[in-house]
Design a protein around this ligand. Sequence first.
Ligand code: GRF
Length: 218
Amino acid sequence: MKKVGILISGRGSNMESLLLSMRERDFPCDAKVVISNIETASGLEKAKKLNVKTEVINHKDSKTREEHDEKMIEVLKKEGVEIVCLAGYMRLLSPLFVREFKNKILNIHPALLPAFPGLDVQKKAVESGVRFSGCTVHLVDELCDHGPILLQSVVPVFPDDDSDKLAKRILKFEHKTYPLALKLFAEEKFEIEGNRALLKVDNSEYEEIVKKLMWNGE
Ligand code: GRF
């Protein structure tokens, strides 16, 4: 079992989907702690309801990003955390943090990276006229929304979409994509080669993965 820590800043719906998956049999991870930088994040209640330890580490109590990150590292290390999942954690991590958990930090982004990094990306996707968008689970490196891609899901962008409608459609797939990426990662099914994560499964297994993540008219 790999020990997992989750960082959040808000409602924590991705965190919840990760925690629920970790309760399933055969899921190779154990949730040790959820840390929020925002005291009022509603995700904290969701974690408590699922009996997962929570901590608030308010970034405003630290003078620098490094100082804040060091406090988080301390908690994560104390819990023996081996994999860190960012789930709507709305702050950039310092190089210090990224180096401490090198190639062990996962993030979910609501667009098909490398398209649309940054914020408000569902709106950017609608406004750009792309026909498809989706979500990306990737490893975190020192750049924003950058690092080896683990899994992606694709959803259509409808002619009458606004950013809310598209965000909802993508979010449903985030909740499937993130747990599956974490499972495969914990099972050491990815081999990292530079900025690529090679998925070490055969074609029939890969087909199964793709099927699970395929938009199906919902
Ligand atoms: C999600 O859309 C995620 O992709 C992005 O921030 C949002 C967080 O939502 N990084 P939630 O807190 O997981 O509900």
